[in-house]
Design a binder for this molecule. Sequence first.
Ligand SMILES: Nc1ncnc2c1ncn2[C@@H]1O[C@H](COP(=O)(O)OP(=O)(O)OP(=O)(O)O)[C@@H](O)[C@H]1O
Ligand SMILES: [Mg+2]
Length: 481
Amino acid sequence: MKKDNYVAKVKKEIDLYKKMLDLIDVGVHAIDENGNTVVYNKKMMEIESLKRADVLHKNVLDLFVFQDEMHSTLVQALRNGKQTVHAKQTYHNYNGKEITTINHTYPLVRDGLIQGAVEISNDVTKLERLIHHNMKNKGNTRFTFDSIIGESPAFLEVIEHAKRATRTSSYVLIVGETGTGKELFAQSIHHGSSRSSAPFITQNCAALPDNLIESLLFGTQRGAFTGATDQPGLFEQAQGGTLLLDEINSLNPALQAKLLRVLQEKCVRRLGSTKEIAIDVRVIANMNEDPVDAIAGGRMRKDLFYRLGIVTLFIPPLAERKEDIPMFVAHFIQKYNELFHMNVKAANDEVLALFHSYDWPGNVRELEHVIEAGMNMMMDEAYLSLQHLPYHFRFKHGESRPATKIPVIPLQHTAATNTFTYTNLEDSVDFQTDMERFEKQYIVHYLEKMDDNISKTARLLGMSRQSLQYRMKKLNISLRK
Ligand SMILES: Nc1ncnc2c1ncn2[C@@H]1O[C@H](COP(=O)(O)OP(=O)(O)OP(=O)(O)O)[C@@H](O)[C@H]1O
Ligand SMILES: [Mg+2]
């Protein structure tokens, strides 16, 4: 009876240990003295894409194909007591998925005898892919100043400043709305500088969790955390060249502080290491919001801004340099003529007029997409016309609607319920005028609500500050003070 109790207790404990093993994020595979699997946890199933039932109590040599049995680190540990640590393996699992693991294999010794062996696997597939991806970006500069188009004075001035920046290695901050060409400028600066034959590496700061971006930027030393190998960070990889940090305002402020130290001291220390490595890297940072807003909103450290913004380039939104539109249109038509083997001459006047009155929240990228989409709709016409443009584009813009007269519906705002309601129906006013009136009332209402604070209102309405300012100018809205 006593013995039964003891067995039940041990069974219960083993059960609990098994449950715990299934909760941890590393794969565990243990074999007994005969090479049969006794532990195969959940993470291991995930990594190797095998079911526990297919592995448990089976011999490893029957289950996995090795060139020779001593190629199995588990068998080596069992036969020779050999311990293998930090062994990196890339292989295809049972599902055909390529995975990379870092394994440690230990013999399990009890009473001086080897009684089994265990393999502990860290799945580093994702990290590996990221590093690979960044390596591929090395030296892959596509754009030079020759690819930058624009003739408006405001834009020419930015180009001029950017060109001057190629002569030095000072840090550069590029500010502009999405699609204004920040990446284009960063690449052109690198290409035009004496660093052009060294690597150009881009890292988006918004795309990754903090710990990953930290190891990516600064590198890791073996043992810094489970699974860490000796890995140079992007600063080391960009040695002699340029590192573009995209969406810098998305970087966690604690990491911004760390970045600032690296920029100041021009040295990096890999995670888990005490060794300082001198670096010679020009950093270019991009951001898609006004630095003043980003600092006020706590998304950008002021000290980092001062350090990075030695040269700051503000790229104006397309809505503020509409004189550049015809040049872009001609350029993109030419580009897609070549790509699609077409022979389109130009865009007709209606299209140009529509483009001129639109405010392009997606900037040059949006313009390019509209032209590409339009040219996809053309047969053998010589001119791009309204009917070719994507439906959503034609009709999200009031002026492009067929000139149907619709009743005017002035809007009345009810403060108590914060709703806008239509009142006072009249006849014969066009859609565009109505929409503008609505937009004006709408913006004025929220500006008042936000005490005329443009940044706050823009955030509330989900638009950029520049875009709100542009709309205010267009609709003739001035602040009350
Ligand atoms: N001045 C320009 N001349 C030629 N092409 C341009 C210009 N500005 C932008 N483009 C084109 O517009 C597209 C978007 O540019 P880019 O990727 O540099 O924008 P971005 O500012 O980095 O945008 P995001 O903030 O969304 O990353 C690219 O295809 C680029 O070639
Ligand atoms: Mg970009």
